[in-house]
Design a protein around this ligand. Sequence first.
Ligand code: SF4
Length: 221
Amino acid sequence: MTRRRSSYRSLRSLQRDVRACRACVEAGFPLESLPVVHGHEGQLAYILGQAPGWVEGEERRPWRGRAGGTLRRWLDMDEDEFYGTFYCASVTRCYPGRSPGGRGDRTPTPREQELCAFWREWELRLLRPGLVVTVGGLAARRLLGLVRLGECVGRRFTYGDAVAIPLPHPSGASGWLNDPANRALVAEAAALVRDELDRLRGAGPLSPSAPSIRRRTGTDT
Ligand code: SF4
């Protein structure tokens, strides 16, 4: 049974309700896993993907499949550093199943994305991360309003008080990564993430040149 409070004062109570959420199932959507939740207070950064895959849904841990390995290779991180650094979230938190066409996983519908935005908004309010990394076009669109991923990978933005850095999805399903010029942009974006993490650890000043994105509050649109 889905429970959503009018406000949350602790991440612990929020995560307890996220783990029990069945809002999309109650709305008639065919989800194939329970919610995947991973993270704790005090982490340096918040990473937002699209949705868990089959492996993640089975293990109820994010970024466990091949795409997760590629993402960690881009960021030059082993598993311990990755999971210790990032609070891992996604536009929707349950495995949506295979796409009806049979190629890849189903993209969550706009209604599912809206239902799940509630949890993201509360996480961001409670965590107030210094760095937000979006992974894939859907996450960049939903959180940052960035429509053309090819024009923003390799650049840094702001989201409220946080620095925001978009990455493409490491699954490579779109073919965007086949272009060597795009792979160079990914390397630039990954370097930006590492630089920002160093800054957050106290290693350097924030560059003032990042375009600003208005922070959204309440229900995502
Ligand atoms: S995708 Fe999000 S809103 Fe939908 S059931 Fe899972 S946790 Fe709840």
